[in-house]
Design a protein around this ligand. Structure first.
Ligand code: GTP
Ligand code: MG
Length: 213
């Protein structure tokens, strides 16, 4: 038993309301004012960032889901609620080489500037494909988050691709990878955008975060 308030319903309500694309920024400095609380979704290209955003907001095509990895090459901002209460940010995927040279070079600057300068960034959700686990690039990204003093939480995606018997070991391996990351949120989300798994819990966690608990 616990006295923790249950944020399941606030979470559902938060994400069931209106959600509008508001801004896409491809250059550092080209960002909307940080006048609303914000959460961002980051991770390797193809990890399922856009799919998770769509699933969380009960939509099919809010954020573009790529057939070609590396599609989301800008920071896309969405606003939840009317009047807006929270901004969701779909970040460009990292670790995909086959994009234009110029764009590749501008990604880290864009990401770096964003992470450094965002006063109302509550948390970055760092997505990792459950089949791959935390890799070198993810570790590098965690370093950047640590250096930028941004709080972050790991989300393992594509849960449906993991055999039931392998789910607990998969989570355990991710926990191990986070042991040396005291800035990471202790809870790990384990989601499937395809099968709608782990989404209710994640929405509730986000509503709790927004409520400042
Ligand atoms: N099986 C399964 N496939 C998924 C899931 N989420 C995403 N995918 C698939 O993974 C691929 C990439 O998904 P996206 O949502 O476009 O990934 P992204 O991280 O936004 O990719 P970039 O924008 O290119 O960085 C697509 O083919 C999705 O259908 C999931 O929960 N389960
Ligand atoms: Mg995307």
């Amino acid at each position: 038993m616990t006295d923790e308030p249950d944020f399941t319903e606030p979470g559902r309500l938060l994400f069931a309301g209106s959600c509008e694309f508001m801004f896409g920024g491809a250059k550092a400095g080209d960002l909307p004012p940080a006048d609303l609380p914000e959460i961002a979704f980051a991770g390797r290209s193809n990890v399922g960032k856009s799919s998770l955003l769509n699933a969380l907001t009960f939509r099919k095509s809010l954020a573009r889901v790529s057939r070609t990895p590396g599609r989301t090459q800008q920071l896309n901002f969405f606003e939840l609620g009317a009047p807006p209460r929270l901004r969701l940010v779909d970040m460009p995927g990292y670790g995909f080489a086959a994009v234009g040279k110029e764009k590749l070079a501008s990604w880290p600057v864009l990401i770096r500037d964003y992470l450094r300068g965002r006063a109302k960034l509550l948390r970055v959700f760092t997505l990792v494909d459950a089949r791959r686990g935390v890799g070198k690039l993810d570790e590098e990204f965690f370093e950047l988050l640590d250096k930028s003093a941004v709080s972050y939480q790991l989300v393992l995606t594509k849960r449906d691709e993991i055999k039931v018997s392998e789910r607990e070991p998969t989570l355990e391996a991710a926990r191990k990878a986070l042991e040396k990351r005291p800035a990471a949120h202790p809870e790990i989300a384990f989601t499937s955008a395809e099968k709608n798994e782990g989404l209710e819990e994640l929405r509730a966690g986000i509503a709790r975060l927004l409520a400042g608990r």
